[in-house]
Design a protein around this ligand. Structure first.
Ligand SMILES: [Zn+2]
Length: 74
């Protein structure tokens, strides 16, 4: 049986990653959640990925953004 809403782990992993840059459509989000509910591996992957990517984001903000001139006298 091939359910139309069923996504492979690979696709779901892609969605988790894509979700960081652009928001998913309602359909994609629903498909992802559905897969998360029945899969043992993907929720763990999502957790790890979100932890890493939020850490990366903080790091990127920290090093990538120079606050020039804001409240500083130069
Ligand atoms: Zn999966």
């Amino acid at each position: 049986m091939n359910y139309p809403l069923r996504r492979s782990c690979k696709e779901v992993a892609h969605m988790v990653v894509a979700m960081q840059d652009k928001s998913l459509s309602l359909k994609e989000a629903a498909e992802m959640r559905l897969h998360m509910a029945i899969c043992k591996a993907c929720p763990g992957f999502e957790n790890q990925f979100l932890t890493i990517s939020s850490a990366m984001r903080q790091w990127r903000n920290y090093t990538g953004e120079e606050d020039t001139g804001n409240g500083k006298s130069s």
